[in-house]
Design a protein around this ligand. Structure first.
Ligand code: SF4
Length: 227
């Protein structure tokens, strides 16, 4: 099985809320989001870890970790993802997926097969703004198709939207909230954009809290991560 593992975080408390997890980062992403901090992982080429070494590490963490998160890049690009998840589950771990929803059919197959216990879904913008933000024609249509599939699967999830104010001012966030509501989705968290030096935009926490308050009237509680 070929799976381009570009990196791993051996222990995380934040990538899967309320779980102790290892995070496996798979190389490759077809999108070019204007704020991407994982540009090295956009390319499929580059240094990789052998899958057998990852499995050996996970074997040494049985009983210490709750689960394993598959992240990226965009992990659903890889045909070997299902087999990898099945292997990890056979070792006794729960599995989670970080995705932007670029491959709706593959996401649907993973969910149908019962290979995913939780999804962190990176929802970037209202549909009309998607392709400009990702630089990928059709990305919005695929992302919203994936979102509807996720909602109808019944698998627990969190929607995360990174807010850079020039890309997602308040009126566009309210448009996003309306589209999420139409999909029957919720559990949305706004994440403050950080620049290359990890600095927040000025007034980001208060701006996001106000946006979350207004979006909440359409969606129910909306979270904020801006600390
Ligand atoms: S989807 Fe994620 S990895 Fe891909 S370009 Fe956008 S931010 Fe980067």
């Amino acid at each position: 099985m070929s799976l381009p593992v570009g990196g791993m975080t051996p222990l995380s408390t934040v990538d899967w809320p309320d779980r102790l997890s290892a995070v496996i980062f798979l190389r490759g992403c077809a999108w070019r989001c204007q704020y991407c901090h994982n540009q090295d992982l956009q390319r499929r080429e580059g240094s990789t870890h052998r899958w057998l070494e990852i499995l050996a590490f996970l074997g040494s963490r049985r009983g210490l970790l709750d689960g394993v998160v598959f992240s990226g890049g965009e992990p659903t690009l890889h045909p070997g993802l299902a087999e990898a998840m099945a292997e990890v589950r056979a070792m006794g771990f729960s599995t989670a997926l970080h995705t932007g929803g670029d491959r709706p059919e593959r996401l649907a197959a993973l969910l149908r097969a019962g290979l995913v216990d939780w999804v962190g879904f990176d929802l970037k913008a209202p549909l009309a703004d998607y392709d400009a933000l990702t630089g990928s024609p059709g990305s919005g249509e695929r992302a919203y198709r994936s979102l509807r599939t996720l909602v109808s699967s019944g698998v627990p999830y969190e929607l995360r939207t990174t807010v850079r104010r020039d890309l997602l001012p308040l009126p566009r966030l309210l448009a996003l909230a309306r589209e999420v509501a139409v999909c029957g989705a919720g559990n949305l968290v706004l994440q403050a954009y950080r620049d290359a030096e990890q600095q927040l935009e000025p007034q980001a926490p208060s701006t996001l809290r106000e946006a979350a308050r207004q979006m909440g009237s359409l969606l129910g509680p909306v979270g904020v991560r801006a600390a």
